[in-house]
Structure formats: structure tokens, C-alpha cells
Design a protein around this ligand. Structure first.
Ligand code: C5P
Length: 207
């Protein structure tokens, strides 16, 4: 199978030196890439700006912003059999990116934000029969209910849901929720364990 995997955060610049981002480390995506490659699959990894230790992959595409990640994914989506969206894509970006560094003034600073493109939702719209789509869901409350909503709203095959404690953690809890309603709870697993379980679930869906 051909796997397309996004990983890491994105950065949304408001001027040449300042940006909005998040604490994603890219390790979940790297673990997925390693598990898929280890099982003999072709792996393309689209990675936001992180210094994560990376496994060997067939193609590595480094991006910075949500728009760049969208473009990199859109150009490759048609070729893939499974799209695993593990990136923590910024949901908003500054409406304007100043060409010069914004000067410090006496008062406060107010910025307008606009939504970034939802990469996963758009790929779900473009999917062809047989392509498997997996999303991740990080919520601080009502995890299972929100994960089910996301699965339905984005038209996914599988959602991996976890809480904020999973960011950067060596061991974590996770819920795997499939479009047929099946829900599996994993406790205290490493990202490598979780990646192998996700891979098995993808293979079950595509079989
Ligand atoms: O809607 P929410 O951001 O919570 O959805 C999370 C899932 O959607 C993750 O799989 C993430 O990689 C993906 N996503 C995306 N593009 C965005 C926002 C989220 O692909 N702009």
C-alpha cells in the first residue's frame, strides 16, 4: 500500500519573525511512518517544522504553513491508498502577514485571524473508493463523543482520539473509533504500539 502521512505542527507567520504554532512534536507521525515502512509499505511523510528523529521514508516533504501542507498533500493524495492525518494543523492564521517586523507600540495589539484549509476534510471530499482515511482528535473533554462527531463530519474510516496529556508523552491512552461504531480503548501505550495498532486497523478496513 502507499501511505501518505502528515505530522508535526504548522507555523502561521504574522510578520517575518513571529508565528503561531503548537506543541506537536511530530513523534506520532514518525511512529506511523516507521510502522508502515516496517510492514513493507511505501511511505510519504509531509512534515511540519520539527526536529523529530525520523525513520527512513520513501519521500519526505518538509513544509511550514497549513497552506503548504495542504498543497503538498493535495498533490499526492490521488496516488495514496491510506491517508493518515497526524499533523496538528493550525486552525487559524493571521489574515495579514506583515512584510516587515511589527513594531512594539505603547498599547496592545489586535490581530484578525482567518481559518486555514481543513486538509483532511478536503481530502475526504476528494477520496476515491478504496482509499482509507484516518484522522486524529485531541480534545480536553467529551473525547469519545467529539471523536465520533469528527469521524462523521469529515467522513473518515477511523479516528484516533486522545487528550492533551498525549502531547510529547512516552506513554498515553487513546481511543480508536471506527466508522462501523467499533471503539477500542488503549491504555498506557507507546506511540510505536499505537502506530502498529492503527496500521492493523487500516489494513482491516482496506482488506
Ligand atoms: O477538526 P480538528 O482540527 O480537531 O481535526 C483534527 C484532524 O484533522 C487531524 O487528523 C488533523 O491532522 C486534521 N486537520 C487537517 N487540517 C486542518 C485541521 C485539522 O488536516 N486544517
Amino acid at each position: 500500500m502507499r501511505f501518505l502521512i502528515t505530522a508535526g505542527p504548522t507555523r502561521e507567520y504574522l510578520d517575518p519573525v513571529r508565528y503561531f504554532s503548537n506543541a506537536s512534536t511530530g513523534r506520532m507521525g514518525a511512529a506511523l511512518a516507521e510502522a508502515a515502512r516496517g510492514a513493507g509499505h511505501h511511505v510519504t511523510l509531509v512534515l511540519g517544522p520539527v526536529e523529530a528523529e525520523l525513520p527512513p521514508v520513501d519521500e519526505l516533504v518538509r513544509v511550514v504553513s497549513a497552506q503548504e501542507m495542504f498543497n503538498a498533500v493535495a498533490a499526492r493524495f490521488g496516488e495514496c491508498d491510506a491517508f493518515l492525518a497526524a499533523a496538528a494543523v493550525a486552525d487559524y492564521r493571521p489574515e495579514v502577514r506583515a512584510s516587515e517586523k511589527i513594531k512594539k507600540g505603547e498599547g496592545g495589539l489586535t490581530l484578525d485571524f482567518e481559518p486555514t484549509p481543513d486538509i483532511l476534510a478536503e481530502m475526504a471530499r476528494r477520496r476515491r473508493p478504496g482509499q482509507v482515511l484516518v484522522g486524529f482528535c485531541l480534545e480536553s473533554e467529551d473525547l469519545a463523543a467529539r471523536a465520533r462527531e469528527k469521524l462523521a463530519a469529515k467522513g473518515l474510516d477511523l479516528v484516533v482520539a486522545n487528550g492533551p496529556a498525549a502531547i510529547g508523552a512516552d506513554r498515553q491512552d487513546a481511543l480508536l473509533i471506527a466508522s462501523d461504531g467499533a471503539c477500542e480503548r488503549l491504555s498506557g501505550v507507546t506511540k510505536a504500539d499505537l502506530a502498529r495498532r492503527i496500521l492493523a486497523a487500516v489494513q482491516e478496513v482496506s482488506a
